[in-house]
Design a protein around this ligand. Sequence first.
Ligand code: ATP
Ligand code: MG
Length: 400
Amino acid sequence: MKKLILVRFGEIFLKGLNRPFFIKKLIERIRVVVSPYHAKVWFEDSRVYVADFEEHDTDAIVTHIRKVFGVHSLSIVTAVEDKNMDTICRVAAEIMQDKSGTFKVSAKRSDKKYPMDSPKINAHVGGYVLTHNKNLAVDVFHPQHTLYVEIRAQAYIYTAHIMAVGGMPVGTNGKATLLLSGGIDSPVAGWMIAKRGVELNAVHYHSAPYTSELALNKVLELAKILSESLCGIRVHVVPFTEIQMAIHEKCQDDLTTLIMRRYMMKIAEKISDAEGTYGLITGESIGQVASQTMQALLCTDNAVSKPVFRPLIGFDKQDIIDIANRIGTMETSSLPFEDCCTVFTPRHPRTRPKLESVEKQEKLINAEEMIRRALAEYDVYEVDTLGNMTVRKNTISPFC
Ligand code: ATP
Ligand code: MG
């Protein structure tokens, strides 16, 4: 008899030929998050099982697994290895001993060779529990407690389904490059796309000395929070000061934010090419600021040829804040350090920009040369699932 964690995943995406691939990815992800606890992870009978951990680590392990994309729910179960009915009854009574009110037993017999069928198990275990707890009564229609008994390779007994994040295992739906600022929106946008099974890497533009070390640390802290669900993320931290200063000095004031955003997109596309990702992700939403009107978004999109995914496009700010709170990024995103966009914001940005004017203004700076310099040597941070971080220098050739 021992405690283990039973992990369920969605059925819809598990149909067809991709099934082994999805399961392999999911098991890989779960193995990584439970690795500090030296737990054993295996797949059996359409579920993943986690066992051989210290009992006092149970809550921490559950917290980690709940965040893994692809996991839909889990249960902490007591396993009876030999499926002996007397032992099952004793375990059931023990699990129910502190409970009062109404209950029912819900048995499931996947092992069809087991001598008792499900209705018989319900009646037998239910009867035993009743005789050992006078505070319980049976109600099969609206019970306050349900005691699950599953007869599979072993017998598993439990009372609760703990809901998890859902989605698909990261790495099962291609890769994309996230433009990650220190704000509220972009971490949420990345999280939403990754939830569909997309592996992410990120680009952050910083404008030292106008933006501080604290602003960069905030972005890396966000990357760490995301990496728990994303199973690791690489963050390219690209210096943007020279380009931003040139735009600020040479271009028409009311178009500077938009021109800056176009350069962010162009550089991100080069990083996306080098990383072999299929598109860019931003936290933009229609009308949130001047650079996110329909006309402005058209100008931004026009800067790159890869698809730009904007999962928050129709969201109100409050909806985004609600998700940020739920996924744990809100507190860090709310720290007050200046981002490169805020430092150079024009007083009256154009809300209905014309693409021709933007392109004309853009030609006033020698951007190709500056992009080459920005990508000649910059820092890349590798954040793993457990939040460990290493940094190295990277170079991207503009001709790649
Ligand atoms: P966020 O949108 O993440 O809350 P923000 O509101 O400060 O940050 P916006 O001005 O709304 O940023 O920028 C729109 C999008 O452009 C962001 O969602 C993000 O994808 C991208 N972006 C902005 N600033 C940066 C930056 N410094 N580095 C990388 N991407 C950025
Ligand atoms: Mg925003």
